[in-house]
Design a protein around this ligand. Structure first.
Ligand code: GAF
Length: 369
């Protein structure tokens, strides 16, 4: 991938970390709840070589800018390089003394499409640095280290889902993760006769903006008013709603509590080998994200409606919201019709042409060579 041309030597190794699609369980991770993501084939690849001078040289094939840092601290690095430098900082904060490295980064994930390109970058750098310096970190802990890079170095208060998906997923499975205990299990995702169509709505999202942090704060406020550690702990939803005076907090709570139930129901269906039956849960999740959590956007709503009208079993927005992608579960025989229907609906509204990707549940981060 051009490492020799860039750095004048061969890399010591090449690592890959995937992006993710969350099948269901949105805005539940930072409420100590459940999520069910799977890893994509697409992601971030890092070629890397150790350096003895303590310097980190960061270059990306997708960007002209390069960064050179020795002792990264929060606020000292901007842009895409902050996600990589943040991992160095976070590993060191956790007591893992990584030395310098030359890194060349390549990505085949669209940025801003809500497919977790940032977590893929963090996780690819994390596994590369650990291998280069012979450091063994259990994957759940490495996920927390990568999350901390994003929370405290980049400044985005994300939960643990995306980094966990990138590090812990396995081929042909979705990752059922309890975000409180950190325990996870693999749920089979047998797509025979079905296509998981990712629709990039071309409305780019930017989670460092206020909407995501605002939702998180509202959830914490609701939990505090209800006297529970997190919304995960609400056991009687109707009673909880009757105790919340603020209609916004009621809507946020309703989404989180019902979404956790939808994740558990989806896992039950996957374990029964009934992937085709999860469509209604996906669509219910979307409606809840649209109406209760209010993080959907017009292009996503139209993609969901048109997909279902054209024969999808169900569809929903994925990720934090305010832009990004939709996933539709479609009988493979109808996939072309769904693509056409969404493309036509966008053209009719004068929107940018949507992009499609067929998702293949793939393995988590690994060394390629
Ligand atoms: C983003 C965040 F990074 C995740 O932690 C999660 O909260 C998600 O939005 C919403 O489910 O991807």
């Amino acid at each position: 991938m051009g490492f020799q041309e860039t750095y004048g030597r061969e890399p010591d190794g090449v690592w890959h970390a995937p992006g993710r699609v969350n099948l269901i369980g949105e805005h539940t991770d930072y409420n100590d709840g459940f999520v069910l993501p799977f890893a994509l084939r697409q992601g971030v690849t890092v070629a890397a070589a150790r350096r003895d001078d303590g310097v980190f040289e960061l270059r990306s094939l997708q960007s002209r800018s390069a960064a050179e840092v020795t002792d990264p601290t929060p606020g000292s690095v901007d842009g895409w390089a902050a996600y990589a430098a943040g991992v160095v900082w976070s590993l060191r904060e956790a007591g893992y003394q990584v030395g310098g490295a030359s890194l060349l980064i390549d990505a085949d994930l669209p940025q801003g499409a809500g497919l977790s390109s940032s977590a893929a970058l963090e996780c690819a750098v994390a596994v590369a640095l650990c291998d280069l310096y012979g450091i063994e970190v259990p994957r759940p802990e490495l996920a927390r280290i990568a999350q901390r890079a994003e929370n405290d170095f980049v400044g985005m208060p994300c939960g643990i889902m995306d980094q966990s998906a990138s590090l812990l997923c396995t081929e042909d499975h979705a990752l059922f993760l309890d975000c409180r205990s950190g325990l996870s299990a693999q749920a089979p995702l047998d797509l025979t006769g079905l296509t998981l169509l990712v629709i990039d709505t071309r409305a780019e999202h930017e989670l460092v903006d206020g909407g995501y942090a605002d939702r998180r704060t509202a959830c914490e406020k609701a939990a505090e008013l209800l006297g529970v550690p997190a919304l995960r702990d609400v056991t009687d939803l109707a009673e909880a709603l009757s105790r919340l005076g603020d209609p916004v907090l009621r809507r946020r709570t309703q989404h989180v509590v019902t979404e956790n139930h939808r994740v558990e129901a989806t896992v039950g269906l996957l374990r029964a080998g009934a992937v085709g039956e999860v469509g209604a849960l996906l669509t219910a999740s979307h409606l809840s994200l649209r109406d209760q959590f209010e993080v959907s956007w017009p292009e996503a709503d139209v993609a969901v409606e048109e997909s279902v009208r054209a024969g999808a079993r169900g569809a929903r927005m994925v990720g934090g919201g305010f832009g990004g992608s939709v996933i539709a579960l479609v009988p493979t025989a109808r996939a072309e019709r769904v693509r056409e229907a969404v493309t036509e609906a966008y053209a009719g509204r004068g929107w940018a042409e949507p992009r499609f990707l067929e998702a293949t549940p793939s393995a988590g981060a690994r060394r390629l060579r």
